[in-house]
Design a protein around this ligand. Structure first.
Ligand SMILES: Nc1ncnc2c1ncn2[C@@H]1O[C@H](COP(=O)(O)OP(=O)(O)OP(=O)(O)O)[C@@H](O)[C@H]1O
Ligand SMILES: [Mg+2]
Length: 454
């Protein structure tokens, strides 16, 4: 595997040979031609990752070559070599569709860096195209999209346990798809013909949650004019999904434990025990083990629900799934809004890959919905993404960059550094202000300006 396959076009043979020698040493496979006509024929016949061409040549010029490449090989990046001080030519080249330009005389390293970016850009464009096909071919299980090793592990688990009745605990950060997994378990299991009943344990006050879950007899409390079956009974023959199980009130936990152990519930105010036959799936984004240590969650209940554990990886550790999901969401939201957006630009794809996605798939979905609404072209551009994703740099502050395009304003350095410090101290503003030598009010004003105040 080379760093890329490069075609060099320059009418001076010695220039071609020098560049070939230098770039081969850096791990590129290099071919060269001394006229644009020959070069063009070659790039039609063979796959290259990038073309480097001189602008002034006899016959077909570098500019005309750019135009032809745009017409015939739109994904192939062309880097144009211009003479020092001829900015107009450089601009004309970019207008003609060149990916970038480099002025003579140049260091091989500068060319190598430009090439590195160009090759990456070209490959991303291909990847984005491949994704469109992949989404069309449904690289997903039910509605769960993802082809990363981490997600394949999850599909494997779903497959293996779907048919059993063992209780499954699904954990993962907020927005990672826990509910989707719970539904997939139901759909793929033996009880798929039965009901899927879900309840969010954090959404109801204790008394209401209790009567919802276990049901009540007639006259059990003031408003109980008629007997009502609880969700355990309603889920009979199917799956009962207890979402946010970590928020289950401590007072209700013993009753839940008994129900799970005995597979029977006793409705409030009733004296008969009602057996139920439902698969129990629970989910939480809380760390239940520490909740157990803090005595906020009963240990025996924890073991009872945690017979099988499926842990959803955060989106940032799913690699290119980010792009696969983005493509799926683009198609979904474009269709819903009747917009002609078809995919991602390579630069936007790059930004999505670099971002850390604290809100996981839900955040990505929101981001794409908004971007589709803003989009002006049929590909989402970097401008369509929220500021925090556009300017995100993976937790390092670039102060001395090798690449001139990475150099940023003082204000931007400040912004990144402030956000980095806040992140490092776990969001503790007092500590962050201390580290930064600011008072809290000033820090707060800055965070508001960055759209990062919470
Ligand atoms: N792998 C995936 N493929 C497609 N859509 C997904 C995927 N994961 C999550 N989603 C979508 O993202 C949104 C959030 O997923 P879900 O509600 O399942 O997350 P959650 O883990 O239950 O989050 P929370 O802890 O906040 O309740 C939903 O709209 C869901 O359809
Ligand atoms: Mg959820």
């Amino acid at each position: 595997m080379t760093n890329g396959k490069i075609l060099i076009i320059d009418d001076e043979r010695s220039v071609c040979e020098t560049l070939q020698a230098a770039l081969s040493k850096k791990g590129y496979a290099v071919a060269w031609r001394t006229s644009a006509e020959e070069g063009f024929a070659q790039l039609l016949a063979e796959d290259f990752d990038a073309v480097v061409t001189d602008i002034h040549m006899r016959g077909l010029s570098g500019l005309e070559l750019c135009e032809r490449v745009v017409q015939n090989r739109p994904d192939l990046p062309v880097i144009v070599i211009t003479a020092f001080g001829s900015m107009d030519t450089a601009i004309a080249a970019i207008r003609a569709g060149a990916y970038d330009f480099i002025t003579k005389p140049f260091e091989t390293d500068a060319l190598r860096m430009t090439l590195e970016r160009a090759v990456r850009h070209g490959r991303l464009r291909e990847e984005v195209k491949r994704l469109r096909r992949a989404v069309a071919e449904k690289q997903s299980v039910d509605e769960i999209v993802g082809a990363s090793a981490a997600m394949r592990g999850v599909y494997d688990m779903i497959e293996r346990v779907a048919d059993s009745t063992a209780s499954v605990l699904v954990t993962g950060e907020s927005g990672t798809g826990k509910e989707l997994v719970a539904r997939a378990l139901h759909r793929r299991g033996q009880r798929r013909a039965g009901p899927f009943v879900a309840i969010n344990c954090a959404a109801l006050p204790e008394a209401l949650l209790e009567s919802e879950l276990f049901g009540h007899a007639r006259g059990a409390f003031t408003d109980a004019r008629a007997a009502r079956a609880g969700l355990f009974a309603k889920a009979d023959g199917g799956t009962l999904f207890l979402d946010e199980i970590g928020e289950m009130p401590v007072g209700l936990q013993p009753k839940l434990l008994r129900a799970l152990q005995e597979r029977k519930v006793r409705p409030l105010g009733g004296d008969a025990e009602v057996p139920f036959d439902a698969r129990i799936v629970t989910a939480t984004n809380r760390d239940l083990e520490s909740a157990v240590e803090e005595r906020a969650f009963r240990e025996d209940l924890f073991y009872r629900i945690n017979v099988v554990h499926i842990e959803l990886p955060p989106l940032r550790s799913r690699g290119a799934d980010v792009l696969l999901l983005a493509q799926r969401f683009i198609e979904h939201f474009a269709a819903a809004a009747g917009r002609a957006v078809k995919g991602l630009s390579a630069a936007a794809a790059d930004k999505l890959l670099a971002y850390a996605w604290p809100g996981n798939v839900r955040e990505l979905s929101n981001c794409i919905e908004r971007a589709v609404a803003l989009a002006r072209y049929d590909e989402l551009a970097v401008e369509d993404l929220p500021e925090k994703i556009r300017s995100y740099r993976r937790s390092h502050v670039v102060v001395a960059a090798e690449d001139p395009s990475e150099l940023v304003s003082l204000e931007e350095v400040e912004r990144r550094y402030v956000l980095r410090v806040v992140e490092t101290v776990g969001g503790n503003k007092t500590m962050a202000a201390q580290v930064l030598g600011l008072d809290r009010a000033t820090l707060y004003r800055k965070l508001v300006r960055y759209g990062a105040a919470r």
